[in-house]
Design a protein around this ligand. Sequence first.
Ligand code: THU
Length: 129
Amino acid sequence: MVDTNLVDLAIEASQKAYVPYSHFPVGAALKTKDGQIFTGCNIENASFGLTNCGERTAIFKAVSEGHTEFAELAVYGTTEDPISPCGACRQVMAEFFEPTLPVTLIAKSGATVVMTVEELLPYSFTDLK
Ligand code: THU
């Protein structure tokens, strides 16, 4: 089931994106298990490798505020197909989210597809033992 409110908030969050280099805004909205929502956008830098993706901005905002129990994530990008999160963001999702957590991916048109964290990053590196 797609949380339409979370979709709207991810789209809205993309309007805050700082993207002078790629001109590719991304927005994310993350819901905690107790119903709080943290949004994020991508934030670029003239030193390109320092760029922070929208997904990681939302996750890091929530974790830095003491939240570690998450229910759902929505990600919006101005792509024809629903946005495909980058590898770094998939790894960060695997760190903080349960494997079954639903991630709603949103296209420019508003079309959505829902994938779990496990589907986005199978056989993830999450256990040092
Ligand atoms: N980007 C994200 O914010 N999330 C993704 O999952 C894919 C890529 C950003 C990084 C950069 O600011 C721009 O999109 C182009 O790569």
